[in-house]
Design a protein around this ligand. Structure first.
Ligand code: ADP
Ligand code: MG
Length: 303
């Protein structure tokens, strides 16, 4: 199969297009119409086999995650997704792998109404880069947290880290807990709807990709404020509650890949989505976690 047949069969024919895509896959570049009065929001994330997902991960899950982590960045900005490009590097043309990969991508792309408008295909170690573009009228930023804001998170924390620990056999879980934790690792949910409901409500927002402490610290640094966390209030799933509490808290505070939103909001605003209050923004710089947790608190760092 030639490179063009591959692109045509797995990426061009399958994907739905949008009205604002004038020219998608097939020319040297894509042409799209930007909506009047909106800002374009762009993000890109790369997944490398063995670094961002375990080597045996299903192709449909790899594709799903590669898009989900990008959609999560758009969600963190309060943006609505529109277009994406895909740079796919794979060691060989494996048709059944490609069919499953493109199906996983299609499933989430359809759900998020995002068009695949182009990309690049190369041979090498399995690496997936997706670039997404979305629209926003007024973006949610990391730099807008205010002293007195409550700190909130959507969903539960530490589940993807628990899933990874289970896959790597560092932690033993009951089968249904293991299924749950692995699905949170492989198929994270980008909180797009939730973030739409935070516009005009939240001051600052970030998605938790590197771990709560690391990502909350990004908000604190950008906003030039500090915070206290109430570790007792961290939302933990049943799966995380089933393990040793100190390990559970360490995962909830420091493990990455959950893709929940962490945001700050003043007390007088009314929250219309499900989220848990976990702390308060304070004037005193730094992040205080109280005595309940004294473990290591740093996020995942590549270098
Ligand atoms: P060029 O040589 O002009 O860079 P390519 O041969 O790389 O063009 O790609 C041909 C067309 O196919 C382009 O429109 C490009 O955006 C698209 N394309 C290539 N690889 C992918 C991919 N993995 N997914 C989606 N579109 C792709
Ligand atoms: Mg090219």
């Amino acid at each position: 199969m030639s490179e063009f047949d591959l692109i045509n069969r797995f990426f061009k024919q399958k994907f739905p297009t949008r009205k604002d895509v004038i020219l998608g896959i097939g020319d040297d570049a894509a042409l799209c119409t930007a909506p009047a009065g909106m800002q374009l929001v762009m993000a890109m994330d790369t997944l490398v086999e063995g670094v961002h997902f375990p080597i045996d991960t299903k192709p449909e899950d790899i594709a799903y995650k590669a898009l989900a982590v990008n959609l999560s960045d758009l969600a963190a900005m309060g943006a609505t997704p529109a277009w994406m490009t895909l740079a796919l590097t794979c060691p060989k043309v494996d048709e059944s792998w490609l069919a499953r990969f493109s199906q996983g991508l299609l499933d989430l792309a359809t759900a998020a109404d995002i068009s695949l408008i182009g990309g690049d295909t190369t041979r090498g170690s399995l690496t997936i880069t997706i670039q997404v573009t979305g629209f926003v009228e007024l973006a949610l930023l990391r730099s807008a947290a205010k002293v007195g804001d409550g700190i909130y998170v959507t969903g539960t924390l530490g589940d993807a880290g628990l899933g990874l620990a289970a896959v790597e056999k560092r932690i033993k879980l009951a089968p249904e807990m293991q299924n749950y934790a692995e699905s949170r690792l492989n198929k994270p949910t980008a909180r797009l709807k939730e973030s739409q409901n935070l516009i005009g409500i939240a001051n600052a927002c970030i998605d938790v990709s590197d771990g709560l402490v690391a990502d909350l610290n990004h908000i604190l640094t950008a906003s030039k404020v500090g915070a206290s966390l109430n570790v007792e209030t961290l939302p933990l799933s049943k799966a995380l509650q089933s393990i040793n509490r100190a390990t559970a808290l360490e995962l909830a505070l420091t493990a990455g890949d959950d893709y929940e939103l962490c945001f700050t909001m003043p007390d007088h605003k009314k929250l219309s989505i499900a989220a848990t209050r976990i702390g308060t923004i304070e004037e005193q710089l730094g992040l205080r976690c109280g005595k309940a947790f004294s473990g290591k608190i740093s996020g995942y760092q590549h270098f």
